[in-house]
Structures are given as structure tokens and as C-alpha cells.
Design a protein around this ligand. Structure first.
Ligand SMILES: NC(=O)c1ccc[n+]([C@@H]2O[C@H](COP(=O)([O-])OP(=O)(O)OC[C@H]3O[C@@H](n4cnc5c(N)ncnc54)[C@H](O)[C@@H]3O)[C@@H](O)[C@H]2O)c1
Length: 463
């Protein structure tokens, strides 16, 4: 979608709602209220038996539980089965969803069941591709957690399997589906920040849990944990509960902060800008504090180049993750443009537009005589630069989602199930998922190669 003149189109709209630019917070514009109203139509009584979807969970760990809860917040969904390699997680699944659910350690037993329509794949990253393809081939719809693949080279096979199967495959960066992200997309397309100049993303953490030191249960042993299956195609190593429960810390199973955190940012950014993503990355960092056996950095700084396209100017993105943030932590995601900037969250967007200073102030005038300063000011006035600058609509506005908004995770599952029910499509399909994962994983490629790396965001290949 090409924007003709971003500034003019936004100023026109801004004039119509000039109060909007000074008062905060605002309710969402009517389009967003409609979206919420649409979701509310899906009250349980609206379901015919044909709309009912039976779901199974493969990988019943932390995110598998959050995913299943979000999935079950959409009406007409039943969890019928769960699969995991640790017995305690299967016990937990029954505790949460009842003894009637079928449980197994073997995902193939889930895929062969006729009563399963769709599966969530929430295993560690190194299992995503294999299980997703097997599920599609078995005729199941798939919600695959992000990053869609551990290695971008594995992505095309999922795209092909989804096309061949005709089933819905949705990748799980749920923020992208939120009202906050949708509002940011609308504002960007309306020209609210002008042309993109920079993207500033950071995530600072200051806790062991934030640094992926997840708890190891006291009953974990070779009986309760199927360690050999967990390893899958990764190198064989002796039984190790740290590797099993803290798999993110090892390149063999995870994707570091790139696949864990950057990938969400790329899903959001590519969606807002209608972009295929960056074409170059340069990453640095190191393992500074969490020397617990991990082989991935705990501080990462990556710079990305986005090339110019029909929907955005060429711009740079800076991503920073710090797992030893002495200030207690926090995060940010800010799009910075020629006309302003916006901080984007799942439930809110804050837009700041400011006046571009054209007329020099005292700083540079100090070196001229009073008479020369007068002449310089007169020259600017003659060009009418001052009045043009002050006619810009400036101020800070925050849009907030309604209090009872169910959030991006609910919306993402709602979109997935709606696509299944209506034989439609999803935005975060395997092509979208590979573009987000590929962009994110460039950070690892560059970090370990110690130099810049290039990527074809449309062809989805390393150059
Ligand atoms: N969308 C998000 O916001 C979000 C948040 C956290 C994690 N994730 C993603 O979710 C996935 C899981 O992360 P997590 O934090 O829940 O990890 P986790 O370790 O808590 O859970 C993973 C579970 O998968 C099981 N498992 C491993 N191999 C399996 C196999 N072959 N078959 C069946 N089960 C298997 C493990 O036993 C474990 O219980 C990861 O890909 C991660 O990137 C997404």
C-alpha cells in the first residue's frame, strides 16, 4: 500500500480531530470498537456443532499453558489431549483441564487421533519444524509457537507443507494481533509519524527468571523425563536436567534472545509497516554475567538496515537486550519518523508529534553581531519557515484499549480459529513467520560470525 503524502493525509485527519492531539487518553476509533464488537458476537450460544474445534497441546510447558488458556478463551474450543516429555507436565495438564484429556509422551499419538482438529506446537524451538510438518501432513491445523524455525533454512519446508495440506498454520507472535499493534498500523499508514527514520527496541531484565534460569522440579530424573526424545536431531549428550528445563540457554535447542524476543518485534514491525523486513544486520554483545553453562550471550546489541520499499523509507533499527539490567529492567518499542514518534504496546499507543525547529536559536547566533542576527532572522521570516513550523499539529496522545479488552493472545487465537471455521487465512502464516524468524536470527548469524550479514527479506534467504 503506497502512502501518497503521509504528512498531508495525517494533518487533514488531525485537523478534524484536533482535540485528539492534546487530550489523553483517547478511546479507540470506531474501527477498533467494531473489531471488539465482532469478537463479542462469538458468544458460546452462537456456535453450531460444526463450528466446534477440538484442540490438542504438544509441549505442555510454560507457553503451552498460556497458549491453551488463551485458546480456550475463544468460545467453541475444547482441549482433548496433551503431549509432553516430562510426566509432571502431563499431571499439570490434567490438573488444569481435567482427567478426561488424553495424555502421552509421543506426539505421533496425538496426530493419529481422529478427534483432534488443531494442535498447538509449544515445544522448544528445535522441534517446531518437524512436528509442524507432521501435523499438517496428518491433516491438522497448526498454531506453531515462535520462532517458527530454529534455522531459517528450514522455513520453506513448512511453507510448502502448509500449502499442500490446505490447513491453517498460524505462527505464535501474539502481540501482532493486538489492538495496540493494529492502532499503530493505522496511525502509521495515515502518516502520523511521516517517513520512518529509526526503530528503537530494548528489553532489560534483572532477575534469574528473566535470564531464563527456570526452576528444575525435584522429581526430574530419567524415569520422569524422556531426555533422548527431547534431544531429537541435536547432538547426543548425557542426561541433563538443566539442558531439558533451561533449553533456551543452549544453541542446540533454542535461538537465544534473537528467536525468543527479537522475533516478536519483527512480527509487530513488519505488520505495522507492511514490510518484508530488514536486509542486513550487525550484532555484538557477550556473556557477561550468567555463566551457568549457557552458550548464548546475555547482552546483545543488533543493528538492522531496512531497505526502502513502497510502504516505508529506508531506515535503521536498533535492538538491545540486557539480562543484567541493574536498574530493575523494562522495555520499549518506538517507531521514530520525520514527523513524530510512537511507542507501541499491545494495549496502548502513545504518539508524540513535535515541531521541527527550522529557525536557529541563541546557540549558533551568538557568534554574529546583533545587526547580522537581525538580518538572519528576517531572512527566515521572509521564507515563511517559522510559520510553517508552528502550523504543524503537535502534542502527545495516548490511545488505550478498553478496560475489558481480552488482549492480543486472545485475538491471535480468535483469528486462528476464525480462519479454520471460515476456511479463510491468517496474517501470521508460515511466510510471515519465516520473514520474522529470518530477520531475528540474522542477529545470531552476525554475532557468531563476528561481522555483518545480509538477507533477502522477500526471497527469505541468506545472501
Ligand atoms: N509467544 C510467546 O510469547 C512465547 C513465550 C514463551 C515461549 N514461547 C515459545 O514457546 C515454546 C516453548 O517455550 P516454553 O517457555 O513453554 O518452554 P518449556 O520448556 O516451559 O516447555 C516446553 C515443553 O515442551 C516439551 N517438549 C520438548 N520436546 C518435546 C517433544 N518432542 N514432544 C513433546 N513435548 C516436548 C518439554 O517437556 C516442555 O515441557 C518455545 O518455542 C518458545 O520460543 C513463546
Amino acid at each position: 500500500m503506497k502512502k501518497d503524502n503521509p504528512r498531508r493525509s495525517f494533518l487533514k485527519k488531525a485537523t478534524l480531530t484536533s482535540a485528539a492531539l492534546t487530550a489523553a487518553p483517547l478511546v479507540w476509533s470506531s474501527g477498533y470498537e467494531e473489531k471488539i464488537a465482532l469478537q463479542r458476537q462469538y458468544a458460546p450460544q452462537a456456535f453450531s456443532p460444526n463450528d466446534h474445534i477440538n484442540l490438542a497441546l504438544i509441549g505442555a510447558g510454560i507457553q503451552g499453558i498460556y497458549d491453551t488458556k488463551a485458546a480456550l478463551s475463544v468460545a467453541g474450543i475444547t482441549l482433548v489431549a496433551a503431549c509432553d516429555l516430562y510426566t509432571g507436565r502431563l499431571d499439570r495438564a490434567k490438573e488444569l483441564w481435567g482427567d478426561a484429556i488424553f495424555t502421552t509422551r509421543d506426539y505421533r499419538e496425538i496426530l493419529s487421533r481422529k478427534d483432534v482438529d488443531a494442535v498447538i506446537v509449544a515445544t522448544p524451538d528445535h522441534w517446531h519444524q518437524k512436528i509442524t510438518i507432521a501435523a499438517l501432513e496428518a491433516g491438522k491445523h497448526v498454531y506453531c509457537e515462535k520462532p517458527m524455525v530454529q534455522d531459517p533454512k528450514d522455513g520453506q519446508a513448512i511453507i510448502n507443507a502448509q500449502r499442500k495440506s490446505g490447513k491453517i498454520c498460524q505462527v505464535g507472535s501474539q502481540s501482532m494481533a493486538s489492538l495496540g499493534n493494529e492502532k499503530a498500523k493505522q496511525l502509521y499508514m495515515d502518516g502520523a509519524i511521516g517517513e520512518m527514520v529509526m526503530l528503537d527496541m530494548y528489553n532489560d531484565r534483572y532477575s534469574a527468571e528473566g535470564a531464563w534460569q527456570y526452576p528444575i522440579p525435584p522429581d526430574a530424573d530419567p524415569e520422569t523425563v524422556d531426555f533422548d526424545t527431547f534431544l531429537g536431531g541435536a547432538p547426543k549428550v548425557p542426561f541433563d536436567t538443566k539442558r531439558f528445563f533451561r533449553w533456551r540457554n543452549y544453541q542446540d535447542y533454542g535461538t537465544g534472545v534473537a528467536g525468543d524476543l527479537f522475533v516478536h518485534a519483527f512480527s509487530t514491525l513488519n505488520h505495522i509497516l507492511d514490510s518484508h523486513g530488514p536486509n542486513r544486520a550487525l550484532s555484538t554483545g557477550g556473556l557477561r554475567y550468567w555463566k551457568d553453562g549457557r552458550d548464548v550471550p546475555d547482552v546483545t546489541i543488533t543493528l538492522y538496515d531496512y531497505p526502502k520499499t513502497d510502504t516505508h523509507a529506508a531506515f535503521n533499527a536498533a535492538f538491545r537486550i540486557n539480562f543484567i539490567a541493574g536498574n530493575g529492567g523494562g522495555g520499549g518499542f518506538k517507531l521514530i519518523g520525520t514527523e513524530g514518534e510512537m511507542e507501541v504496546g499491545q494495549n496502548s499507543v502513545t504518539l508524540k508529534r513535535s515541531k521541527l525547529g527550522m529557525v536557529p536559536g541563541g546557540y549558533s547566533m551568538v557568534a554574529f553581531t546583533e545587526a547580522t542576527q537581525e538580518k538572519i532572522r528576517a531572512g527566515y521570516a521572509q521564507q515563511n519557515l517559522e510559520s510553517r513550523a508552528s502550523s504543524l499539529n503537535v502534542g502527545t496522545t495516548t490511545w488505550e484499549a478498553p478496560r475489558d479488552y481480552k488482549g492480543g493472545h486472545h485475538d491471535h487465537f480468535y483469528n486462528f480459529f476464525t480462519a479454520i471455521r471460515e476456511k479463510g487465512s491468517v496474517v501470521q502464516d508460515p511466510t510471515f513467520g519465516l520473514r520474522a524468524a529470518g530477520a531475528a536470527l540474522l542477529a545470531n548469524e552476525s554475532y557468531f560470525k563476528k561481522g555483518p550479514v545480509q538477507w533477502d527479506p522477500t526471497g527469505m534467504k541468506f545472501i
